[in-house]
Design a protein around this ligand. Structure first.
Ligand code: HEM
Length: 501
């Protein structure tokens, strides 16, 4: 009896010793890696992310360990960048070394083996897509040609709000619908018959693309996808989207063949038409297959709709919370369009205060708080530390854009801060203001996004006065709870009362 007790105690001591030695070994400061919190076997530093959304936890950790942080998340080395100087190093000085993307399970399944632009690895194929996107799909000329779409969708939104006058409206749903319809009509030439299904699927995908999903932290444990149900779920979403895309492409092929038959070159070209034409282009470095075309279309939806509607939603929330900003913006818009029949896009450019509001909205609530993760293919030096090949790199844009060393009173919504003689711009030159990212992976949809956001907000401010539906509720009490995914959305839908001005 005593002997077996002794044996148990000895075994327990042995296990504890091995465990402690293992932890010590795991945590033995590697001189080369950036600093980071202590690790446990298998999960590494995952427990340090509990309790808050990742962008907030990572900011707290950066306060302790510095602006270049290393976390071991399962099998992944995660490098977190939280200062403009290091962001400049990643996005400018050493841009090419940090410009690839990690392979996430969701983008592999949904995006036809990572063949969309957002998750394609750096290389010839991505470069070709990027050129196609900038020259053919999202060129300033093409975006201008979508102005009638923006106007019609804006008009529909105003009509819906007029109809609902007197009752609370779910403005979040309306923003999703207008963002979706605008991209759908630009891409497909008309609204998609399966709008609801498509929107639901894209929202789900955004939640799965955070990069913090268990399947992306243990990529070598392939059965995790099955036992968590994530893989079958992603495959179902893929099948739904694939069948919708097939239908749309068939329609476009039929339309194109009819135009050919009639010898009618005057057909209005949408983004799908432009992409289909490219499948016949023999000059391309890498030929485009039908799956690639579907991946690109999907990317434009995924990247363009949720981000735009999220921005609109947060800005409207802040306008409600700051009635003095709302009043000043309404005055600006109403003065600019006084006596005019409609809100014209050319005049929106002169709405300087509205532009400052949008910039402040993107600073205060960036739809991509950690941007889109980068991947390091070869070991690289950063600020005297070694970033091992295979590391995942995220830039905590949310933390940088609220850093008091670069922003005065950063926790307040103050559009006037962009009223400087040399205001910070988001086109990739100011690394303390990066809502659209930077470097060669910078968002190619900035002009598309800005023209939609400006137009919708100008209409809402011009035509309506806005109130909270609950009497007696103070605007500052209004909730700003967040939900984290690839985009940072408002958790609860925004319900408001609109009265015609
Ligand atoms: C307010 C709206 C938007 C925001 C805040 C936003 C933000 C971003 C960010 C942060 C990135 C990653 C940049 C990086 O890695 O440095 C990105 C990439 C991308 N965005 Fe946007 N975006 C918006 C709207 C749009 C729109 C409207 C489109 C197209 C219709 C679009 C298409 C893309 C694409 C294709 C990429 C991937 C680029 C690449 O990896 O080469 N985005 N966006």
């Amino acid at each position: 009896m005593e002997a077996s007790l002794l044996l148990i105690i000895s075994l327990a001591c042995l296990v504890i010793t091995i465990f402690l030695v293992h932890i010590k070994h795991l945590n033995a400061s590697s001189k080369d890696l950036p600093p980071g919190p202590w690790k446990l076997p298998i999960i590494g530093s995952m427990h340090h992310l509990l309790g808050e959304h990742p962008h907030r936890r990572l900011r707290s950790l950066a306060k302790t360990y510095g602006p270049l942080l290393h976390l071991k998340l399962g099998e992944i080395n995660l490098i977190v960048v939280s200062s403009p100087e290091l962001t400049c190093e990643v996005m400018k000085t050493q841009d090419v070394k940090f410009a690839s993307r990690p392979e996430l399970l969701v983008s592999k399944i949904i995006s036809y083996d990572n063949s969309g632009m957002a998750f394609a690895p750096l290389g010839k194929y991505w470069l070709q897509l990027r050129k196609i996107c900038l020259v053919n799909l999202l060129s300033p000329k093409r975006i201008k040609s979508f102005s009638s779409i923006r106007e019609e969708e804006g008009h529909k939104l105003v009509q819906k709000l007029r109809k609902a006058e007197g009752s609370p409206v779910n403005i979040t749903e309306m923003f999703k619908s207008v963002a979706y319809s605008t991209v759908a009509r630009a891409a497909f030439g008309k609204e998609c018959a399966h709008q609801h299904k498509f929107l639901m699927a894209t929202e789900e995908i955004f939640k799965l693309t955070s990069g913090f999903s268990i399947v992306d932290l243990f990529p070598s444990v392939s059965f995790l996808g099955e036992i968590t149900g994530l893989r079958p779920h992603m495959e179902r979403l893929h099948r739904t989207l694939d069948s919708i895309l097939n239908e749309i492409i068939e329609e476009h092929q039929m339309k194109a063949s009819k135009c050919d038959i009639n010898g009618d070159g005057s057909m209005d070209e949408d983004i799908v038409d432009a992409l289909l034409k490219l499948t016949k282009d023999e000059e391309l470095d890498v030929p485009l297959r039908m799956d690639n075309i579907k991946a690109v279309i999907l990317d434009l939806f995924l990247a363009g709709t949720e981000t735009t509607s999220t921005t609109l939603n947060w800005i409207m929330t802040e306008l409600i919370r700051h009635p003095e900003v709302m009043r000043r913006a309404q005055l600006e818009v109403r003065t600019a369009f006084h006596g005019k029949e409609k809100v014209e896009e050319e005049d929106i450019i002169n709405l300087h205060y509205l532009n400052q509001i949008i910039k402040e909205g993107l600073r205060f609530h960036p739809p991509g708080p950690l941007l889109v993760p980068r991947h390091v293919s070869n070991t690289v030096e950063l600020s005297g530390y070694t970033i091992p090949s295979g590391s995942r790199v995220v830039i905590n844009a949310w933390a940088i854009m609220r850093d008091p060393s670069y922003w005065d009173d950063p926790e307040s919504f103050r559009p006037e801060r962009f009223n400087d003689v040399n205001p910070k711009d988001f086109k990739g030159a100011n690394f303390e203001y990066i809502p659209f990212g930077g470097g060669r992976r910078i968002c190619p949809g900035i002009t598309f996004a800005m023209s939609s956001i400006e137009h919708v907000l100008a209409l809402l401010l011009f035509h309506f006065d806005w109130k909270l539906p609950v009497k007696g509720m103070s605007p500052v009490e209004f909730d700003v709870e967040e939900e984290f995914g690839l985009s940072l959305t408002k958790k609860n839908d925004l319900q408001l009362l609109a009265t015609e001005s």
